[in-house]
Design a protein around this ligand. Structure first.
Ligand SMILES: Nc1ncnc2c1ncn2[C@@H]1O[C@H](COP(=O)(O)OP(=O)(O)OP(=O)(O)O)[C@@H](O)[C@H]1O
Length: 304
């Protein structure tokens, strides 16, 4: 694993109806990591803990080498850009430029040229009050504000929420460009498969407040497959399909063909070769299908 930019150590936060953690995880520096998980799995809660907006019950978080909540918060926040899931309504009476004037005082690295360039690219009307902006325009403004002080770490909570397809493409391009310079890191929570596919290097799955590991995206997508197997003679010899490496599910699809879903495609194919099972077809799983299967696996694990 590369050098880490964020470290969660035995992090736990207990709510009345929800428990987050324990989370033990290192987020690599210099990459885009996406937290992917169903509604209510704890993605936003985790980002708020990172920014010390809410407190854990136990455990620790280190961000950019500093312990969160240790008193260096302002210095730390200067190095971080954050786009929350929902914009702050307190700012609704301000125009874009007034808000920018207001917050730039806290950021020595604030780059007015970059700010103007981002607003131009996102087509944001600078003299409009924030409360009068459309949802998408407000989102674009929030992104520009989060990036204008050139943070080393960007935390994005559902960044494309409300964006039209053109604005979405601009955002993807802007984020790619952000990553081109230096050792920068993005940690984002997202539901959008296409966004994760285009941006993320690593993926963290989160289900019911639990982290299901950090996966390198390309490796993950190469591991989860549906294999269509000719099960004719094997069915007669009583082969146990559950012994296929990475076995997730099995279905008869008509005739002698058996559909097996596996999380270990390469090993499963080697198993087929050893068992002389003919592979009739193969199909990659998409991220959302993988999430559904992991969620179901976690639900079953919690029941036992
Ligand atoms: N301030 C709070 N007080 C009590 N419970 C909370 C609070 N904030 C969030 N929760 C609960 O924590 C759980 C996780 O919520 P969170 O918003 O972190 O999930 P999420 O994965 O970001 O969801 P979504 O994808 O819908 O945005 C939910 O059950 C939610 O009701």
């Amino acid at each position: 694993m590369e050098q880490s930019v964020i470290r969660f150590k035995k992090l736990v936060q207990k709510r009345k109806h929800f428990e987050l953690g324990p989370v033990n995880l290192d987020i690599p520096r210099g990459y885009v990591t996406a937290i992917v998980g169903p509604n209510g799995s704890g993605k936003s809660s985790l980002l708020r803990l990172l920014l010390d907006i809410s407190k854990p019950d136990s455990g620790q978080i280190e961000v950019l080498g500093e312990r969160v909540g240790s008193g260096n918060d302002q210095l730390l926040k200067e190095r971080i850009g954050y786009v929350p899931e929902q914009s702050n309504e307190i700012d609704d009476h301000m125009t874009a430029d007034r808000k920018a004037e207001f917050i730039r005082k806290w950021y020595p690295q604030w780059d007015i040229t970059l700010y103007r360039e981002l607003l131009r690219r996102f087509d944001v009307e600078t003299d409009l009050k924030l409360g009068k902006m459309s949802k998408g325009m407000r989102r674009k403004f929030d992104l520009a504000i989060a990036m204008a002080h050139q943070p080393q770490l960007l935390l994005l909570d559902e960044p494309s929420s409300g964006l039209d397809p053109i604005a979405w493409k601009t955002m993807i391009d802007v984020l790619h460009r952000y990553m081109e310079r230096g050792e920068r890191t993005i940690l984002m929570a997202s539901h959008i498969v296409d966004e994760v596919r285009r941006l993320a290097d690593y993926i963290v799955f989160m289900v019911h407040g639990r982290m299901l590991g950090l996966y390198e995206k390309d490796t993950l997508l190469e591991s989860w497959y549906v294999l269509y197997l000719d099960g004719g003679s094997q069915e007669r010899h009583g082969v146990n399909w559950k012994s296929v490496p990475g076995f997730c599910s099995m279905e008869h699809t008509g005739g002698t063909t058996v559909k097996i879903t596996t999380s270990e495609a390469r090993e499963a194919e080697e198993w087929c070769a050893a068992q002389q099972v003919h592979i009739v077809g193969r199909q990659k799983l998409e991220l959302d299908d993988i999430l559904v299967l992991l969620t179901e696996r976690e639900r079953l694990r919690m029941q036992t």
